[in-house]
Design a protein around this ligand. Structure first.
Ligand SMILES: Nc1ncnc2c1ncn2[C@@H]1O[C@H](COP(=O)(O)OP(=O)(O)OP(=O)(O)O)[C@@H](O)[C@H]1O
Length: 259
């Protein structure tokens, strides 16, 4: 009986020894895992420190770069401001010079116009109309040069006529207008200018003075020039017009009436 108890105790001790061995093994494994984890943690902490240092270095660099950029921009802004004020000064000087030059140009132009004479006679030869060409008609008046036309008289002799300017059949509406366009400026400067066309029927008076929608003549071209000049000098001029039943009404007059 005692022997059995002793055997039994010895068996239990073996089992406990075995269990203890197992627990010790597990503890060793846990210890080595803990060690590895701690090593890893140290490594990660080290990396974190390196990254934080890098971030702080980059942030410092960024702040330095922003400061440099701000400095450069401020300098640039100062330089641009200085340049603008210089250019504004220059512009003001040019404006004064331009004004003086414009007055001089106008005065010279009006003097030249006066020298040319108060009355100027231009001659415009129109080309044959399609109907005249169909009837095989001929030009009886020919253009000799910019100032002369000629035709054969009843006595068979060539007769020449002289003008301030002659436009032949190839002259466009713009060519004719270009020679008179500066008179528009004269009207604005206070000179009275009157242009009229004289000639036999179907000689081209209406064509020259009014023209057509696609080929405007002196009146529409001069009107457009007039408004362009007024627009250019709009700080000097003010007008308000209305067209009432084919008559202009100057709305700036005290009692506006159709004219
Ligand atoms: N320089 C030109 N180039 C081309 N065609 C022209 C020119 N001048 C006039 N004509 C044409 O000749 C024709 C007669 O012109 P317009 O009607 O202007 O003559 P007019 O002198 O006004 O005549 P009327 O005195 O009978 O009114 C029109 O068909 C017009 O288009």
């Amino acid at each position: 009986m005692l022997e059995a108890v002793i055997r039994q105790n010895s068996d239990n001790t073996d089992i406990q020894k075995h269990a203890l061995q197992k627990i010790q093994d597990e503890l060793r494994t846990c210890n080595s895992e803990l060690h590895a984890t701690e090593e890893n943690k140290k490594k990660l902490l080290n990396e974190k420190m390196i990254l934080e240092e890098r971030i702080s270095r980059l942030e410092k660099k960024k702040v330095d770069e922003i400061r440099t950029l701000e400095k450069d921009l401020e300098q640039e802004r100062k330089m641009t401001k200085h340049r603008i004020s210089e250019l504004e000064k220059q512009l003001a000087e040019y404006k004064v010079l331009y004004k003086e030059e414009t007055v001089l140009r106008k005065r010279n132009f009006n003097t030249i116009e006066d020298m040319k004479g108060k009355i100027r006679v231009y001659c415009r030869l129109r080309p044959l109309t399609p109907k005249e060409r169909t009837h095989k008609e001929n030009d009886v008046v020919t253009c000799v040069d910019e100032f002369t036309v000629q035709h054969v008289g009843r006595d068979g002799m060539i007769k020449k006529h002289f003008y301030d300017r002659v436009f032949d059949g190839s002259a466009t509406q713009k060519d004719v207008f270009n020679d008179t366009r500066y008179l528009v400026q004269s009207t604005i400067d206070g000179y009275n200018v009157w242009i009229f066309a004289y000639g036999q029927t179907v000689s081209g008076k209406t064509f020259t003075i009014y023209g057509s929608k696609n080929d405007p003549g002196l009146t529409p071209l001069a009107t457009s020039e007039l408004f362009q000049i007024l627009e250019k000098d709009r700080d000097k001029f003010n007008f308000s017009l209305k067209l009432y039943q084919n008559n202009w009404v100057d709305l700036l007059l005290p009692n506006p009436k159709p004219q």
